[in-house]
Write a new protein. Sequence first.
Length: 227
Amino acid sequence: MTSTGNDARRQQLSDEAAAYARELIISGELRPGEFIRLDRLASELDMSVTPVRQGLVTLRGEGFVRLEPRRGFVVSELREEDILDMFSVQSFVAGELAAYAAQNITAEQTTRLDKIVSEMDAAAESSNVSGVEALAHEFHEVVTQAAGRPKLAWILHVTGRYEPRRVYAGLEGWEQLSIQEHRAIFDALETHDCDSARELMRSHVEHLGRLVARNFLVTSQRAREEK
């Protein structure tokens, strides 16, 4: 493997470690003030400690963790309102992207979204929650592509780091509600209704934010009680 290939692989592992630790923090599994064991994360991710450390350096830059000299990385304070604030920003950007998508969406993209929503229905009927999650993610990717606004897409990617997809599988009834919301958004996109697409997408993302914040509070409370 070339040096460039090695660098790319190291960056991929570092990004994977950062994403994993970020989800543990947002889900409340890693609590504010808790020191992060690099060896534990490395073992769970089946990688060496080096990319885990690099991933935590990334999270330090994002404000998720701080580094205490000679002691290691510790989880920074995270509050319910922090999560809601980030989802508020995300909902605005996602709404604008949906409006642009409604204006610019192609017949091919419309067909693809219709297929995705149908597959979400099938996945829900077979209790395949992880499948619903993956398809929902794909739905949003198509909408972002249809919008044709790369700078807004970049902002959405940054704020989307506060959305731990693994959380939703544990929320009873989430998949059916998610399907209903995606179907409504699709209908607005298909009819090129920019205003409805914007408002429906904003409402959808704000709903996700409330779910994540509530789960964070419940998980955090449970962790405190178990100590």
